[in-house]
Design a protein around this ligand. Structure first.
Ligand code: AVW
Length: 258
């Protein structure tokens, strides 16, 4: 029986920390493009990396709090100009495909979002290392794990900071395109400022029958959450059709919005 078995490093049900986590964070930070929404007071990658690590290293991986990430968020608070934010739920790739050629911004385009995109991380009490064997799973282990709390804190700041029209890409091939338990449902929609307009795009998988639509009950629920907050709401079915209509330019990239 190996040492890791005794130490219980494989007791969680989620994927373990990404190999070379620190190196990846450092590289992504160093290579992050300097654009308008990337500005944070001090873009000191060394400092950012240290703040990220000390948020969770040596700590109980099921006892993450917002406060653990405060220093990190303060170092690189996302600031995005009005009308440029695109949110998503179950549609990350498509949302990014929609956002990129239009100069719109998803959370993964902001500095902290890009650092953490698709990575996994957790520590172990009394150890200076990341647990690369396993990390807590949201359902099977605990909701207050470091991954979940990170995306909650960052998503909240992102949604709160939004102004003008915010867009969200939702999956209309699901029974409930709007899910109250998702980060978009429980964190982002309820934290939009009054007077913001939310424009939802429903996407339908070409191979599957549409199961939810702008007139479906999950969208009705979203509408009611928003109207309580004085957030205006627009919903459009079938983003894919809209994407298809666009003609590629000579270099194969999309042109400016029609
Ligand atoms: P989901 P949610 N990289 O598809 O509405 C890795 O049901 O819950 O969508 N994991 C991530 C990332 C990322 N870039 N972003 C979120 N997660 C986690 C952030 C998180 O635990 C964006 F602004 C989430 O529950 C979207 O508007 C799950 O993976 C919104 O939150 C994806 O679940 C999407 O969250």
């Amino acid at each position: 029986i190996h040492k890791w078995y005794h130490s219980g490093l494989n007791r969680w049900h989620g994927l373990g920390s990404t190999a070379d986590f620190q190196k990846i964070i450092q590289e992504r930070c160093d290579n992050y493009p300097q654009q308008i929404w990337s500005y944070s007071r001090s873009r000191n990658c060394q400092e950012i990396k240290q703040a990220f690590m000390s948020a969770f290293i040596s700590k109980d991986p099921c006892k993450a709090t917002k406060e653990d990430y405060r220093r990190l968020i303060d170092l690189a608070d996302p600031t995005v100009p009005c009308n440029k934010i695109v949110l998503w739920s179950k549609t990350k790739e498509l949302a990014r495909e929609y956002a990129k050629p239009r100069g719109l911004v998803t959370l993964e385009d902001t500095l902290l979002g890009s650092l953490a995109d698709d990575l996994h991380w957790c520590g172990e009490p009394g150890s200076p290392d990341l647990n690369t064997w396993s990390c807590p799973d949201w359902k099977k282990d605990c909701r207050t794990n470091y991954l979940t709390v990170f995306w909650e804190v960052l998503s909240k700041r992102f949604a709160e900071s939004a102004c003008g029209t915010v867009q969200v890409v939702l999956d209309g091939s699901l029974e409930n395109a709007f899910n109250e338990m998702s980060i978009f449902g429980r964190v982002e929609a309820p934290n939009l400022k009054p007077m913001v307009t939310l424009q939802a795009w429903l996407v339908h998988d070409p191979g599957k029958p549409p199961r939810d639509s702008c007139s479906g009950s999950s969208i009705t629920k979203l509408k009611s959450i928003l109207s309580e907050r004085n957030v205006r709401f627009i919903c459009r079915d079938n983003l894919r059709k809209f994407l298809k209509k666009r003609k590629p330019t000579l270099n194969g990239k999309y042109g400016v919005s029609p």
